[in-house]
Design a protein around this ligand. Structure first.
Ligand code: GRF
Length: 199
């Protein structure tokens, strides 16, 4: 059974959908949910579903990114994951960390990459006057938000949208897209999944 570890930083709504889909589908096993924030509320949600959790507070490491990652790697490697999913994980990982999982590390980003890598994606789409927004699941490579696209969901921008209303509409599609992409990825299928807005 494919072993999947998930990294979160906050509420973990995407993590929750991934775990629920794995438990329902039986196509993979959620072996760990880890966070850079011991207070991340997603940790309790994972534990409630019986998934082992771990947390390493990045704030204790200051600018020592490598030191933080060395500590975070301990519970991750102990869980022996085949696949590592970033889901609302808000720390930039070093190329050294990524290299250990290259080809089996996924992330979900709240924009239609390659548009708007980085932060504040919805605000940037609104400011650009885009009529469409959305989310992307991609393989993680050393370059931020730039790896091969494994799936996208398109969401229309509506008149009067704010970054918050757009983010909420996109998040609904993230929750549809990520589990679908992970199922395909685990099955060895790398064909990109494209979801159009359904409602
Ligand atoms: C959301 O903004 C989502 O778009 C991005 O990370 C944030 C938190 O997601 N992927 P989650 O609820 O922690 O999964």
């Amino acid at each position: 059974m494919t072993r999947v570890a998930i990294l979160i930083s906050g509420g973990g709504s995407n993590m929750l959908r991934l775990v629920q889909d794995m438990l329902a589908g039986g196509h993979a096993e959620p072996v760990l949910v880890a966070s850079n924030d011991p207070e991340a509320s997603g940790l309790a949600k994972a534990a409630a579903l019986g998934v082992p959790t771990a947390a390493v507070d990045h704030r204790g490491f200051g600018r020592d990114r490598a030191g933080f990652e060395a500590e975070l790697l301990k519970p991750i490697l102990a869980a022996r994951p085949d696949v590592l999913c970033l889901a609302g994980f808000m720390r930039v990982l070093t190329p050294a960390f990524v290299r250990q999982f290259e080809g089996r590390m996924l992330n979900i980003h709240p924009s239609l990459l390659p548009k708007y890598p980085g932060l504040h994606t919805h605000q940037r789409a609104l400011e650009a006057g885009d009529t469409q927004a959305g989310c992307t699941v991609h393989e993680v490579t050393a370059e931020l938000d730039a790896g091969p696209v494994l799936g996208q969901a398109v969401v229309p921008v509506q008149p009067g949208d704010t970054a918050e209303t757009l983010a909420a509409r996109v998040l609904v599609q993230e929750h549809r897209l990520y589990p679908l992409v992970l199922r395909q990825f685990v099955a060895g299928d790398r064909r990109p999944v494209f979801l159009d807005h359904v409602q």
